[in-house]
Design a protein around this ligand. Structure first.
Ligand code: HXC
Ligand code: NAP
Length: 298
């Protein structure tokens, strides 16, 4: 349970699917939604993991939480799951495209199969789920909210995670395109680009040396000097899902302690220098200036 910034029962009556909600960030968001009164569905390829998490969250929050086995890479399986959810108490009101796969690798070492292992989940699978829900919402004239979980690499590139960066960038433009196309239907789409929020799934594949539980070196590169806290992500995911900000659509919001901004500046690493180092640098620059001045004719 999280110390959320919202009032109790804020999401009462909402019915939300979180893909990949059996673990990591998906589990965090699923729990926050259930805590605020929503009925929540979570899915993953490992049905047992999804069911176990659903039971834990349901017991902790008192809300209905259902775990489902579904591989979102398979369009027919996605359609079956969505039909099953619709038949289990009515239409969804919200979807979180959270399921993903990723690993670090030099791009030259990737095989086509390795590329597809990521893009089939993130790029294609997230589209299949969005499409299966969107078709029904439009036909039934229902308002809905979609959130896709991206990464900040959509803005500045993702070296060594190119299949993920390309796929997430695709979902970013899906968010903007469908916000326009489906806006007249009352369907809004937004996205969250998290900085590092240590999870077992991500750290084992992206920061293997830190997977054992320490927070890794990612925090050092962040201007705010730390990784994200789960409750911060949960609050943003609730805000984007709740009624009250329907005019907000087509947006991707970074929650990363300014990580992608600090990381792109050429001199961002200088924030680590101490006073003595700045004095030494200043002296060097002034000496160089002085030397040049002595060579000027005027
Ligand atoms: C190079 C690799 C590889 C690696 C797998 N492959 N790992 N290539 N380097 N480290 C290649 C394999 O060799 C194979 O190609 C192909 O990928 C498929 O491998 P499988 O193991 O059969 O894949 P599959 O069972 O489909 O599993 C998918 C997966 C796996 C993506 C590889 O990691 C997974 O299930 N991940 C789900 C959870 C996850 O990744 N969570 C992290 C999300 S974090 P060949 O040609 O050799 O057969 C995130 C962003 C975090 O997205 C941002 C932090 C700031
Ligand atoms: P995670 O725990 O590994 O979560 C990934 C989830 O996706 C798992 O529950 C997995 O379950 C599910 N999944 C993978 N392939 C699937 C498929 N084909 N069909 C259905 N479900 C599938 O990792 P995480 O860190 O929480 O990542 C969650 C999301 O946040 C991802 O979109 C990731 O890109 C994003 N993100 C994370 C961070 C971070 O710091 N953690 C930062 C930026 C963005 P199964 O294995 O059972 O299928």
């Amino acid at each position: 349970m999280y110390d959320l910034m919202f009032k109790d029962r804020l999401l009462q009556g909402k019915r939300i699917l979180v893909t990949g909600g059996g673990t990591g960030l998906g589990e965090v968001m699923a729990e926050a939604y259930a805590q605020l009164g929503a009925t929540v569905y979570i899915c993953g390829r490992r049905a047992g993991v999804a069911e176990e998490t659903a039971k834990r969250i349901g017991d902790a929050t008192g809300s209905k939480v259902v775990g489902l086995g579904c591989d979102i890479r398979v369009a027919e399986a996605v359609d079956d799951m969505i039909a099953r959810i619709w038949n289990d108490g009515g239409a969804l009101t919200g979807l979180v495209n959270n399921a993903a796969g990723n690993f670090i690798s030099r791009t030259k070492d990737l095989t086509p199969k390795g590329f597809n292992a990521i893009s089939d989940i993130v790029f294609r699978g997230s589209f299949y789920v969005t499409l299966a829900c969107g078709k029904r919402w439009i036909e039934e004239q229902r308002k809905a909210s979609v959130i896709s979980i991206l990464t900040t690499w959509i803005w500045n590139g993702g070296p060594f995670t190119v299949p993920s960066a390309m796929s997430k960038a695709g979902l970013n433009i899906m968010t903007k395109s469908l916000a326009t196309e489906w806006g007249p239907n009352g369907i809004r789409l937004n996205a969250i680009a998290p900085g590092p929020f240590p999870t077992k799934g991500a750290w084992e594949r992206l920061s293997p040396q830190a997977a054992s539980g320490n927070r890794g070196d990612s925090a050092e590169r962040i201007p705010m000097g730390r990784n994200g806290e789960m409750v911060e992500l949960a609050n943003l995911a609730v805000f984007l899902m709740a009624d009250g900000c329907e005019y907000l659509t087509g947006q991707t919001i970074a929650i990363d302690g300014a990580g992608h901004l600090g990381g792109t500046g050429n001199f961002s690493a200088l924030s680590r220098l101490d006073d003595a180092q700045w004095e030494a640098i200043g002296a060097q620059i002034r000496a160089a200036n002085q030397k040049d001045k002595t060579q000027r004719t005027a």
